[in-house]
Design a protein around this ligand. Structure first.
Ligand SMILES: Cc1cc2nc3c(=O)[nH]c(=O)nc-3n(C[C@H](O)[C@H](O)[C@H](O)COP(=O)(O)OP(=O)(O)OC[C@H]3O[C@@H](n4cnc5c(N)ncnc54)[C@H](O)[C@@H]3O)c2cc1C
Length: 402
């Protein structure tokens, strides 16, 4: 599914190759098997009990580590995408923390070796969790309005601010973004820090969410939190550009997560409608039913191709911000529509909490907003196609210049 491959025909013309490598194909089958047998049976209880799937995450990470170690390979970004899509078939909420070292290293790309030594082992074994802290009461889509401040005090920084939409509020370490240059505005002058949960001055308050209920989300308040300057990730004032590069990847990962969950609902619904007899015939024998599902499969396959293309582009250092934005609005939207249809085709059974479609729907809706909403993604795409100047003066986003 990866267009185009590195394969070069005689004469030097690149050919399209939509296949995974043999190892990736084996990996995909094996992770799906694991997801369906070990994760799916526990997916709904995680939601009902609001229990973070720690064991499931560790299991996926250990499996993945062993699989690639046996082959003497590091999983590339496309392989990380496979993990996201297949794990989401079993448990949507086990995906983001189960993506392994390739993904986590990119999240912390500019972290100093001492910080990586401290945090990577726990984060990539599943024993520790990281929470990303960008959003504030006055800065969501417009991240350039960030008010959290980190003030230099000798060899340390003192941080004050409110981050009010932190997924993984149960994290062991928080990746906190704050303004270190009070003179700078917009996305300039923002720096990032890795701060352990137990740092004095941090307090936590959970919110009740519609979906993703196995992952606590809420507010982290920082009051005079003093951190050594070595805990800063990357260069001072450059954190916004740094995290923006990661967003391109994360948007494809979120897209594949939504697609995996929706594909699982589709598989279950195809099976159900083939067996459900209504008006003396299988439900699926009505084209009104099968054509709708056929459309959903088409949309999700297309969205999946785009997501893998984004990962492939990043793997090959090809700029892909606009493509990342495309998949971030398109894939969750198509997934929501597909799962909603699946729910309806199960009739009253679909509406009950006994079946997983309602949970997948609630979970996916969260990622229509998280990591950038549909409107903001379209803004990025429009800018890339119309040119930034077209919009200067009438839009304000985190990517503004001043
Ligand atoms: C499930 C979930 C998980 C999240 N996890 C995290 C996390 O781990 N860390 C973190 O920092 N944040 C997280 N967030 C927060 C998320 O990134 C923000 O909610 C998002 O960026 C939007 O910001 P906002 O909610 O303040 O909405 P606002 O910025 O207030 O926007 C509200 C609405 O207006 C629209 N809008 C805004 N500006 C424009 C415009 N110029 N033109 C047209 N429409 C516009 C938006 O698209 C949106 O629909 C999460 C959110 C969710 C739902």
């Amino acid at each position: 599914m990866v267009p185009p491959s590195d394969e070069v025909q005689e004469g030097g013309t690149k050919v399209l190759d939509f296949s995974f490598s043999p190892a990736q194909e084996d990996y995909r089958c094996a992770v799906r098997q694991l997801a369906l047998t070990e994760l799916l049976p526990r997916y709904q209880s995680g939601d009902a009990n609001q229990a973070y799937p720690a064991d499931q995450v560790r299991r996926v990470l250990a499996f993945s580590r062993e699989f690639w170690a046996e082959r003497g390979e590091e999983p590339n970004l496309v392989s990380v995408g496979i993990t996201a899509e297949e794990v989401a078939r079993g448990d949507f909420n086990a995906v983001l923390t189960a993506l392994g070292p390739t993904y986590t290293r990119l999240l912390l790309k500019e972290a100093a070796p001492t910080l990586l030594d401290r945090w990577l082992p726990g984060l990539t074994s599943g024993d520790q969790i990281i929470g990303l802290c960008l959003t504030e009461p006055g800065a969501g889509s417009d991240m350039g309005a960030m008010a959290a401040a980190a003030v230099r005090n000798g060899d340390s920084y003192v941080i004050n601010g409110i981050k009010n939409s932190v997924s993984y509020l149960n994290a062991d370490v928080f990746y906190v973004f704050a303004r270190t240059d009070p003179e700078a505005s917009g996305w300039r002058g923002i720096s990032a820090f890795l701060i352990p949960r137990e740092a004095p001055g941090m307090s936590f308050e959970e919110v009740e969410d519609l979906g993703c209920r196995a992952v606590p989300r809420g507010t982290l308040t920082l009051e005079d939190v003093e951190v050594p300057s070595e805990w800063m990730v990357g260069a001072p004032g450059q954190a916004f550009a740094m995290i923006s590069h990661f967003f391109d990847i994360n948007r494809a990962i979120i897209g594949l997560t939504c697609i995996g969950a929706a594909m699982q609902s589709l598989d279950e619904t195809i099976e159900y409608t083939k067996n459900r007899i209504v008006f003396s015939a299988p439900l699926a024998s009505n084209q009104a039913v099968s054509f709708g599902l056929a459309e959903d499969v088409t949309h999700l396959e297309l969205a999946g191709l785009m997501c893998y293309k984004v990962l492939w582009m990043r793997q090959n250092q090809i700029p892909c911000q606009d493509y990342g934005a495309m998949v971030k609005w398109y894939a969750p939207k198509m997934a929501v529509e597909a799962v909603h249809r699946c729910l309806r085709l199960h009739g009253h059974y679909g509406y009950s909490t006994e079946l997983p479609h309602q949970q997948r729907l609630r979970d996916i809706i969260g990622w229509q907003i998280g990591d950038g909403s549909e409107e903001i993604m379209k803004m990025l795409i429009a800018r890339s196609r119309f040119g930034r100047a077209t919009f200067d003066g009438n839009v304000e986003t985190g990517r503004r210049q001043s």
